[in-house]
Design a protein around this ligand. Structure first.
Ligand code: ADP
Ligand code: MG
Length: 506
């Protein structure tokens, strides 16, 4: 018999392979659904200059059905977009060069698919955009074979209170009691990396409330242009396609790429042997191929701009770590922008020591990428390699077991994730060396702090020893010299006090 062929729709692909998007078992599915909805809520708020206020409610019935509702005060979703946003795999607004938590246009659809597969229930959405006169309520399902949304119901009501934001409700089969620990960890870490957010989380046996401790948001990321180092032939062709006929190569380069001015473009053309005045639409395939490889090779481009990124900054990072980890010592480093393959990135590192941090045989590692806490696949993440394998902590006066926590935050327009579940970052060399530089800088500051502590301890010990002898010395000196014993004693105490104040230097 001959084989029968047909095409698989994107929905059906993920319906069959839900594990690759993190929905591998009932516990993980709850965690992943919470994550996808919370991440969308954050993108809809902080990326647009709104201080996030996010509530998550989770309930469970005796049959193992989990009711999840996430509400945000974000920009809302236009009623025209709601069906596709929730019912079409690979549909979204984040396919641009700008740092965001979401990237694939997949997350919420995975949660909707999973709910649909396990309980047959549609997703319920309530939303209003800013200044919208109406509030829209939708029930949407996905036609899996066709990858199109099916609208089950629509309701429109007056928006009298001026509310804006989105509330998403899902019913899925899941295992809350098994997911609880991870979800709690996820929410705590989200609060750590977003001290400007208020997060209210209510679930059976778990009620968390993080009030914002700061009202300062990280800079909103700007949509940027691609960097010339990151091009390939196909990308150039697509760009040339949408260019006017009269455009010259020089104009094309200046107009379409990040940080390319006329001077740089001229220098490049000279170096690569291209005529800057050639009409871009006239380039043949082999010329485009050469252009792409020369653009990748040229070393004279400026670094990618960092305004597409939204790093936390040292102040917010320290604040977040203090509020959630409650350590005795904390320091943070926000590294200068760098790039790999034409993508800008910034690495941030915080180090926390002592206080409420529990001692362990290795540093506790808290990884983040574009403000997403990464909880799974720690073993294969580049941060683990740097923090656990590359750094000899004894150089920094840390003897394990030690109460040491390291926070790493990679932000980029393209974080090199190892899978669509977004749990581990690959060891791109440029990234790895930035991470190492950040961790070492924090570690040096810790060493300084620990040296100071050591010194103080030494002085304390010296003081205790000396004080033990003061009475004897005062008595015998008074006996020999006839000077008043009390006077001698108080003089000696003064002496010790002033030495302690000077740090014990004799
Ligand atoms: P991604 O987040 O990767 O883009 P999703 O499937 O999670 O993919 O979401 C698709 C799109 O729906 C997003 O790009 C965003 O434009 C929109 N969206 C989803 N949730 C919200 C929300 N809570 N508020 C506003 N817009 C949202
Ligand atoms: Mg998303």
């Amino acid at each position: 018999m001959s084989e029968r062929f047909r095409q698989l729709s994107p929905s059906e692909f993920f319906y069959r392979n839900k594990e690759i998007a993190g929905f591998s078992n009932p516990a993980r599915a709850v965690y992943q659904a919470v994550r996808e909805l919370m991440e969308n809520a954050f993108d809809a708020t902080e990326m647009h200059g709104i201080l996030p206020h996010i509530t998550v409610q989770l309930k469970e019935d005796s049959e193992g059905r989990v009711f999840l509702a996430v509400e945000d005060n974000g920009i809302g979703i236009s009623s025209l977009e709601v069906p596709n946003v929730f019912g079409r795999v690979f549909y979204g607004s984040k396919y641009v060069l700008r740092q965001s938590r979401g990237v694939f246009g997949l997350g919420v659809k995975m949660a909707v698919l999973y709910a649909q597969m396990t309980t047959g229930q549609p997703v319920k959405v309530r939303t209003a955009t800013r200044r919208s006169k109406f509030i829209y309520e939708f029930e949407v399902m996905i036609s899996i074979e066709k990858n199109i949304p099916v609208i089950k119901s629509i309701k429109v009501s007056k928006n009298n209170s001026g509310w804006h934001g989105t509330r998403v409700e899902l019913v899925l089969r899941g295992n809350w009691s098994q997911a609880k620990k991870r979800v709690e960890e996820y929410v705590r870490r989200t609060a750590l990396i977003a001290p400007y957010a208020t997060i209210i989380f209510e679930a059976p046996d778990l009620s968390l409330k993080f009030e914002r401790t700061m009202s300062k948001l990280p800079p909103s990321p700007v949509v940027g242009k691609p960097h010339p180092k990151g091009v390939d032939v196909e990308m150039l062709k697509m760009m040339i396609e949408s260019t006017k006929k009269s455009t010259t190569l020089l104009e094309f380069l200046v107009g379409n790429f990040d940080g390319v001015g006329a001077a740089t473009a001229t220098k490049f053309c000279e170096w690569a042997g291209f005529d800057p005045n050639a009409k871009i639409k006239n380039l043949k395939n082999d010329e485009i191929e050469l252009l792409a490889s020369k653009m990748q090779e040229f070393s004279g481009w400026r670094r990618p701009k960092a305004n597409m990124l939204s790093p936390l900054g040292e102040e917010l990072l320290v604040e977040g770590v203090k509020a959630v980890l409650n350590p005795e010592f904390v320091t943070a480093v926000s590294r200068p922008p760098s790039s790999y393959s034409g993508y800008p990135f910034i690495v941030e590192v915080a180090l926390a020591y002592g206080g409420a941090i529990t001692s362990a045989e290795a540093p506790t590692l808290l990884r983040f990428a574009n403000k997403i806490p990464l909880l799974y696949d720690e073993g294969v993440d580049v941060s683990t390699k740097v923090v656990r394998d590359k750094i000899d902590w004894r150089i920094y006066k840390v003897e394990f077991p030690a109460p040491l926590a390291i926070v790493t935050h990679v932000c980029s327009t393209k974080v090199p994730f190892k899978g669509v579940g977004k749990e581990a970052v690959a060891d791109v060399p440029e990234l790895e060396s930035e991470l190492e530089a950040g961790v070492r800088e924090c570690a040096r500051r810790l060493r300084l702090y620990l040296s100071r502590l050591e010194k103080q301890l030494e002085v304390k010990r010296w003081e205790t020893t000396i004080r033990k002898y003061i009475d004897d010395v005062a008595r015998s000196t008074s006996y020999v010299t006839g000077i008043d014993e009390n006077l001698l004693r108080s003089k000696l105490y003064d002496l010790v006090r002033s030495k302690v104040a000077r740090g014990g230097n004799r």
